[in-house]
Design a binder for this molecule. Structure first.
Ligand code: HEC
Ligand code: HEC
Ligand code: HEC
Length: 148
């Protein structure tokens, strides 16, 4: 009994969350949609697009790592990977201007990220040259497009 109540509670919660995000997906098919630059080098995201729309923040957030439903600890959801695929052609970045992938959607949804102070918004350069400025928080051997 308690269990089924709990289940129902969770159902209601999920429903509520879906309701909150629904306007965004509706908007995406509609008028003042954030127009997102296409991803590079792959036809698929690291998870279903729909799942990503709703849950990418949970996949990414440090402090939620431990409670992730999916128990993700691999490089599959690394921020570096997002940047590699989603950096725009124009700026080479995910967050250099308003049209760039992460910002386009976030400004629409009034989200501000504090990630870019530490994390690169551009894919690492292939050469020995390091991107200026930050002691790259995103080192390691993550690569994009590996999960098929
Ligand atoms: C291997 C390349 C690749 C990687 C890595 C990747 N994505 Fe994607 N992503 C894509 C592609 C391709 C699509 C579009 C899929 C589609 O249209 O169905 C997409 C779609 C999305 C969408 C939905 C966009 C929309 O149209 O509404 C979000 C949000 C997203 N990705 C976030 C992320 C985040 C956050 C990360 C890092 C955790 C990430 N992606 C990593 C390729 C990638
Ligand atoms: C104060 C600096 C700092 C800020 C701000 C910060 N991070 Fe990080 N982050 C790090 C460091 C350091 C690592 C560990 C780097 C490594 O393992 O290569 C890391 C690792 C990560 C990783 C795992 C490694 C990877 O490449 O995916 C993710 C995911 C991540 N951060 C996401 C975020 C997100 C999302 C934000 C913003 C909400 C954020 N970080 C803000 C410093 C920061
Ligand atoms: C399809 C639209 C869309 C795209 C594209 C998108 N986001 Fe988001 N993101 C959102 C929405 C909406 C929220 C707020 C959700 C909420 O408040 O629960 C959010 C929240 C976040 C958060 C949590 C912020 C916080 O402080 O709570 C992080 C981290 C994040 N996004 C990272 C990214 C990164 C990195 C990219 C680019 C690779 C990206 N997002 C691209 C829609 C998007």
């Amino acid at each position: 009994m308690a269990k089924s109540l709990l289940k129902r509670g969770i159902g209601v919660m999920l429903f509520a969350v879906g309701g909150l995000l629904a306007p965004l997906s509706v908007a995406q098919a509609g008028v003042d949609v954030p127009k997102l630059p296409p991803a590079k080098g792959a036809s698929k995201c690291v998870e279903d697009t729909d799942f990503m729309r709703r849950n990418h923040m949970d996949l990414l957030k440090h402090h939620r790592d431990d409670t992730l439903r999916l128990g993700i600890r691999t490089t599959k959801h690394s921020l570096k990977g997002c940047v590699e695929c989603h950096a725009s052609e124009k700026t080479g970045s995910v967050a250099a201007n308003k049209e760039d992938f992460c910002v386009a959607c976030h400004s629409y949804a009034s989200v501000k990220l504090d990630c870019w102070g530490c994390h690169a918004t551009k894919p690492a350069q292939k050469s020995a040259q390091k991107p200026a400025g930050h002691p790259s928080a995103v080192s390691g051997s993550t690569r994009a497009g590996g999960d098929k």
